[in-house]
Design a protein around this ligand. Structure first.
Ligand code: C2E
Ligand code: SIN
Ligand code: SIN
Ligand code: FE
Ligand code: FE
Length: 381
């Protein structure tokens, strides 16, 4: 059993957490940090911060699990948290099982016994409810004459104050999150524009981004670099907007002149995107420039070889060709998997960085899965 924390400790706790909270702009990390603070503040066994997703009428939270963390979702109409976000009232309950609002399925699923519960709604600066703090199972010894412990009026005040102070930080993190989502969509859309003139539906760029994520992850790329590459990779063929339709949509083989014209998409994409000071576009410019270079030096436009080719270009080359072979193109049918595998066996160390080609070969099932999931409806014109 634990003791309630003394007033002085409360101050220490707040002083140690406030800079962490104020300096954190990743929404997911913020949720975990605030939940951790709440848990220590009111001495609860569990504490989560749920955010309201109005579009889907759901509440979601992020819990640490292993290195990655997982997202949990539940209906915004059910349970104590649902009640608190609908009504704006805070709730303190001695025993959840004596209350109709309790939703015992989460207990049975997790083999857990929820007893005392404290829920505090969180509002943004405009006064709109954006989520709620939820603390479960007070850990201090029960009061005299009581069988179980529960959250006090003081706990409600502490958590309520924390909710008020953190509301603003939370609000700006939510906004940042939205901006990032919007940016990601915009990048996909730009990539798709270069694709949509050819007969594939826009899934090619989505698949390439996913393959790049897998390849980069297994290669051991640091997380921030990986994210940047994944965001930038959909734009690898943006330069194709300048390629004439007569070449881009030609059903048969290209002549040498036509292929020379096609090759310019690497340079055009690079020239256009390198003008942007944004890191994502800088990265996209490099990928556009180098995704047709070959490990053996026989690629284009510069005939770079080996590790002189930036890692993102080497990764995107594997992703792009795997996708081109595994799907129908206006000039060819999709290849059977064995033939795709044979090509990568043959070309590793020639066209492709051998380590990256090997990662693809070792995990081919996962790549095929992505290809299947984002399959193109081939549109006949
Ligand atoms: P893409 O269709 O996305 O193909 C990307 C890369 O996948 C190609 O780069 C090539 O390395 C590989 N690839 C695609 N299909 C095949 C194939 O049948 N056999 C082999 N061995 N590799 C294949 P590459 O060759 O530099 O071509 C760049 C882009 O030029 C292609 O992008 C496509 O848009 C266009 N293209 C290439 N060849 C032809 C063609 O014969 N006809 C037409 N209409 N377009 C072509
Ligand atoms: C909730 O607290 O809203 C869900 C779990 C429960 O009802 O105890
Ligand atoms: C692509 O390389 O992005 C697909 C365009 C095509 O092959 O038609
Ligand atoms: Fe290309
Ligand atoms: Fe491509």
């Amino acid at each position: 059993m634990k003791k309630d924390i003394e007033t002085e400790e409360v101050l220490n706790l707040l002083f140690s957490f406030m800079p962490k909270i104020a300096g954190e702009n990743r929404l997911e990390n913020l949720l975990e940090t605030m939940a951790d603070l709440g848990k220590q503040l009111v001495v609860a066994d569990r504490c989560s911060l749920w955010l309201l997703d109005k579009e889907n009428n759901e509440l979601w939270t992020r819990v640490a699990q292993g290195l990655e963390g997982i997202t949990l979702r539940m209906s915004a109409d059910k349970g104590f948290v649902g009640y608190a976000v609908q009504t704006g009232e805070s709730i303190s309950i001695k025993d959840a099982y004596n209350d109709k609002r309790h939703n015992p399925t989460s207990d049975t699923e997790n083999n857990y016994r929820t007893r005392s519960v404290l829920v505090i709604p969180i509002k943004d600066t405009a006064g709109e409810i954006i989520g709620a703090y939820q603390a479960i199972n007070k850990l201090t010894p029960p009061l005299k004459g009581e069988k179980h412990s529960y959250f006090s009026e003081r706990d409600r005040e502490f958590l309520g104050l924390t909710a008020v102070y953190s509301g603003k930080t939370l609000e700006s993190a939510i906004l940042m999150n939205e901006i990032e989502r919007t940016q990601r969509e915009a990048l996909f859309m730009m990539g798709e524009i270069s694709e949509s003139r050819s007969r594939e539906t826009g899934n090619h760029v989505k698949r390439v981004a996913q393959y790049c994520r897998l390849l980069g992850k297994y290669y051991g790329m640091p997380k921030s670099e990986l994210e940047l590459m994944v965001l930038a990779s959909p734009m690898h063929d943006v330069g194709k907007v300048a390629t004439p339709d007569s070449i881009l949509k030609k059903p048969g083989r290209l002549t040498d002149e036509e292929f020379d014209e096609m090759k310019r998409h690497t340079i055009i994409g690079y020239e256009v995107m390198k003008r942007s000071p944004t890191r994502v576009f800088q990265e996209a410019a490099i990928i556009a420039y180098t995704h047709h270079e070959k490990w053996n030096g026989f690629g284009y436009p510069n005939g770079l070889s080996g590790v002189d080719i930036p890692i993102n270009g080497r990764i995107c080359a594997v992703a792009d060709v795997f996708d081109a072979l595994s799907n129908d193109r206006c000039y060819k049918k999709a290849w059977p998997l064995e033939k795709v595998i044979a090509l990568f066996e043959e070309e590793k160390g020639e066209h492709f960085d051998p380590d990256i080609a090997q990662i693809l070969l070792d995990n081919i099932d996962r790549f095929e899965e992505i290809n299947f999931k984002y399959h193109d409806e081939f549109i006949e014109e």
